[in-house]
Design a protein. Structure first.
Length: 52
């Protein structure tokens, strides 16, 4: 699981970083944000991505 709440970090950055730092892991999915982290821009909101 990789999580970040910075508006300047995109989901693509996390996926690409995991490919570089942990090449044996595969991106599975992005988890939906709880209502407490609602944002008008999904790329700027909390990002929780699962890898296997």
């Amino acid at each position: 699981m990789a999580c970040v709440n910075s508006p300047s970090v995109t989901p693509s950055f996390l996926i690409d970083s995991m490919k570089e730092e942990a090449p044996t892991l595969t991106y599975i999915e992005r988890l939906a944000n709880p209502s407490e982290f609602a944002d008008k821009d999904d790329d700027a909101s909390l990002k929780v991505l699962l890898f296997r």
